[in-house]
Design a protein around this ligand. Structure first.
Ligand code: ATP
Ligand code: LTN
Length: 334
């Protein structure tokens, strides 16, 4: 709770251009929550450097991500949209929580195992303690819920464990957050390997639909999507490729699985893939247009960056001061 309202935090890494999974699994759902919650949507640029980044590119991607949040429908008057690196309280609470987190817990994180295997030349300590910074993000804002895609569930669980451990020693300092994961869109799969999730850092560009891809590119990528050997458009565990496309089509058009299966009964994969491509392109077009418009107004975006960082810092510092006092750090002399 913050300001007498329930609160929430979520964020995305500025590691690449947003892909369809980021939108359908997270961002699209964020837009519905702005009235009920005090919301904090962060560009987690500090998390991004757990994998080596080119400085100018990181700056560009972080700005594009923040702009995309707004283009996708988040009203910056109602939602606090900001850069993690602009609010030092994230790093300060991160250190404290490191001292309340066990190596054994971190060792179990599947995202760490996955990222470590992909970055064998740079398995740094930040990559290992990544979930602790994430816990700091969430707990700083006394978040009741954390709207994310399915892959982040384990990170919310460790956040809860850390918070409960801290509270059991020092009293009720942190709100224990719940994951907020929608059933549909929670796990959009790669178009080239439907057994692994779509990811913005995938090296194969055909595996992901990027939010800023133009219509032709979107249609081409869906045409090339890996599907199963028969030609029936049916949602089933043994047809992961087609099932993924049916799910995407369903969100883009509002149609249920049964309706989609019926619509394409007797038709081939070619027709279906084209329809999915067109539906997704239509869904993304307004976001792309708004993104272009927003990029023309540098002063407007700069204003949001400045004001929201101040707002986030105000709430974050409240929690941080409380924590510092509880653990026995000496008070500052005024
Ligand atoms: P990276 O490739 O850099 O690891 P990513 O594409 O996996 O990035 P994140 O920045 O880790 O994306 O995730 C941002 C948000 O999008 C999170 O809430 C995450 O759960 C959600 N998300 C990411 N990929 C998918 C997906 N394929 N389906 C549904 N939600 C997803
Ligand atoms: N690890 C998340 C990004 C992230 C996040 C958070 C999400 C960092 N801090 C706090 C929710 C709440 C990811 O999507 N990879």
């Amino acid at each position: 709770m913050l300001n007498g309202k329930k609160s929430l935090f979520s964020g995305m890494q500025a590691t690449g251009t947003l892909q369809l999974g980021n939108y359908l699994g997270a961002l699209k759902n964020w837009v519905e929550l702005e009235d009920e919650y005090e919301t904090f949507y962060c560009v987690v640029d500090m998390h991004s450097i757990t994998v080596r980044q080119e400085p100018a590119e990181l700056r560009r991607k972080a700005r594009a991500l923040l702009t995309l949040y707004i283009a996708a429908g988040l009203n910056p008057e109602k939602n606090c949209i900001y850069y993690q690196s602009h609010v030092p309280a994230h790093a300060e609470l991160n250190w404290i929580l490191n001292c309340f987190t066990y190596m054994g817990e971190l060792n179990r994180m599947t995202q760490f195992k996955d990222k470590a295997s992909k970055n064998e030349e740079n398995i740094n300590a930040g990559l290992f303690t990544y979930p602790v910074l994430m816990a700091a993000d969430i707990l700083l804002f006394q978040s009741d819920i954390v709207p994310v895609g399915d892959d982040q569930k384990q990170h919310i669980e460790i956040t809860r464990d850390i918070a409960q451990r801290f509270n059991s020693i020092y009293g009720d300092v942190f709100t224990i957050p719940e994951p907020y994961i929608k059933k549909t869109g929670a796990r959009i799969m790669s178009l080239q390997d439907p057994t692994s999730k779509m990811s913005k850092s995938d090296e194969n560009e055909n595996a992901s639909i990027y939010l800023l891809d133009d219509t032709d590119t979107i249609i081409r990528k869906f045409k090339r999507a890996v599907t199963d050997s028969d030609s029936e458009i049916r949602h089933s565990k043994d047809k992961p490729g087609i099932s993924n496309l049916i799910e995407i089509y369903g969100i883009a058009t509002g149609k249920s699985i049964a309706e989609t299966e019926k619509e394409f009964e007797g038709k081939g994969y070619g027709d279906f893939k084209l329809a999915v491509g067109e539906a997704v392109a239509t869904m993304l077009k307004p976001i792309q247009d708004r993104f272009d418009d927003l990029n023309k107004d540098k002063a407007y975006i700069d204003g949001i960056i400045k004001n929201n960082a101040e707002k986030a810092a105000y709430f974050a510092n409240k929690t941080l001061r409380k924590v510092q006092k509880k653990i026995g750090f000496p008070e500052k002399i005024k």
